[in-house]
Design a protein. Structure first.
Lengths: 165, 71
């Protein structure tokens, strides 16, 4: 394709199409036009094991400052809880895997426990400042997923059964 | 068995763990784990306990500050 001259703009149109020649081992997106594609909701499609381990924690924060001056905004988004949550899940999986010889059974038990403990949390904060002067705003998202406590209790229950504590 | 003073009844957690293990026909056997692994697991659990406790305290303190500032 020739290079555009200065001042000229170039429009590139990319037509979305299925790529049936993609290798089988490469994950591909579902395409309605491809008759060979199984729909993701089709029960014959194998679901990954991690689909059961979904914990959702989102924070949405929106701060709008309009026609204002001397506005100071400080925002703390506490997502440290997510790290602890993952650490607890890993610890539960670890305890189960080293205390049960059959790895398949250990995986099934870990997945089942995590599936029962899954939770979702969505935090939403919106701040709108208009025609203001000398405003200090501090927003803090301190809502920690409740299931951290529950995960810790499950971990303690497991290690107590192993006479570790 | 679980001896934690948090929001969830211990009975609930014990039932959850017991029923899941029973369903798969297994029981946790502490004799398979050697002393070194037990010590490591004990340290891991203590560390996680402290992390959860710190997070809870931070959260409480921030909420209290926020409520004071709102008043």
């Amino acid at each position: 394709m020739p290079k555009p001259k200065p001042g000229q703009s170039r429009t590139v149109v990319v037509e979305r199409q299925c790529k049936p020649n993609k290798p089988d081992n490469c994950p591909k997106e579902w395409c309605a036009l491809d008759g060979a594609c199984n729909h993701p909701m089709d029960p014959t499609v194998e679901q990954g094991a991690n689909s059961k381990l979904s914990n959702v924690q989102h924070s949405f924060e929106s701060i709008v400052v309009k026609d204002s001056c001397d506005v100071e905004v400080s925002s703390n988004d506490t997502q440290a809880a997510v790290n602890v949550q993952v650490a607890l899940q890993v610890a539960i999986a670890l305890v189960i895997s080293i205390s049960i010889a059959d790895s398949n059974t250990a995986n099934e038990i870990t997945q089942e426990l995590n599936a029962k403990l899954q939770t979702s949390q969505v935090n939403s904060q919106q701040v709108y400042i208009q025609n203001s002067r000398g405003v200090n705003i501090t927003t803090t998202d301190t809502d920690i997923a409740v299931n951290i406590q529950l995960l810790l209790q499950v971990l303690i229950a497991l290690v107590l059964r192993l006479d570790i504590l | 068995m679980a001896n934690s003073n948090s929001n969830f009844p211990n009975q609930l957690v014990d039932m959850l763990v017991d029923s899941t293990l029973k369903k798969h026909g297994v029981s946790l056997d502490g004799t398979k784990i050697d002393a070194q692994q037990k010590e490591q697991l004990r340290n891991l659990v203590d560390s996680l306990k402290n992390s959860v406790s710190d997070l809870s305290q931070q959260s409480m303190a921030k909420k209290e500050n926020k409520e004071k500032n709102d008043k």
